[in-house]
Design a binder for this molecule. Structure first.
Ligand SMILES: C[S@@+](CC[C@H](N)C(=O)[O-])C[C@H]1O[C@@H](n2cnc3c(N)ncnc32)[C@H](O)[C@@H]1O
Length: 194
């Protein structure tokens, strides 16, 4: 039986253009110093606050995905999602919680005022910190914003829950991150990641 004719197929690996090799600087996931991390992350988050408030919308300017099932507005969809986080953390009045990567402070302000918890938010951006503090003052929320990389943060008291939402995509060293979170929690520990 004659051999089937071999035709050049644009789908074969040899027909595709060679894979681009990224330089070390272009690699998304690689170990960075705290300063490099801050500089790189802030290239995005230190754009004008109005850009992000327009982009995210709603009352809480949640950057990550919201819960649209049964919601009729951006604010409602943000609150539904945050209520799920609250349920996962089993929030009760008087608890102390941390938001690693708190953005412009909307989620923590909502959780603190609705559930009566005390919050600490971490951000790498002074622009975000200022915007979050303005919001916190407006709501009279019991929330403190700390401009710090999670690696550098030193707690003076333990937390009942630590959460992070749409943030760990920035982290190369997840093992170290979860060890850090474990060390921040009280004995009855609860960590939530969305
Ligand atoms: C996509 S925003 C998410 C904001 C908020 N969690 C939300 O869902 O609206 C990412 C946030 O993570 C913070 N962030 C990124 N890397 C960080 C790090 N290593 N330590 C502390 N915060 C960090 C950024 O400054 C920014 O506030």
């Amino acid at each position: 039986m004659p051999e089937p004719e071999k035709r050049a197929d644009s789908r074969t690996a040899s027909a595709r253009s060679p894979k681009r090799v990224f330089s070390e600087d272009e690699q998304l996931y690689r170990p960075l110093t705290v300063d490099e991390d801050r500089q790189r992350t802030n290239t995005h988050y230190e754009q004008p606050v109005e850009f992000f408030t327009t982009l995210t919308g709603g009352e809480w300017n949640v950057y990550s995905a919201n819960m649209w099932t049964g919601s009729h507005s951006q604010t409602e969809s943000q609150e539904r999602k945050l209520d799920i986080l609250a349920e996962m953390m089993e929030l009760r009045p008087g608890m102390r919680i941390m938001d690693v990567g708190c953005g412009w402070g909307g989620p923590l302000t909502y959780l603190s005022t609705k559930y009566g918890v005390q919050g600490v938010g971490l951000t790498l951006s002074s622009v975000q910190k200022a915007a979050a503090e303005e919001r916190i003052a407006r709501y009279g929320a019991d929330v403190t914003i700390v401009e710090s990389h999670w690696k550098d943060y030193v707690a003076d008291q333990p937390f009942d829950a630590v959460y992070t939402d749409e943030v760990i995509v920035h982290f190369f060293d997840l093992g170290d991150f979860f060890k850090k979170v474990y060390g921040l929690l009280r004995v009855m520990k609860k960590a939530v990641r969305a």
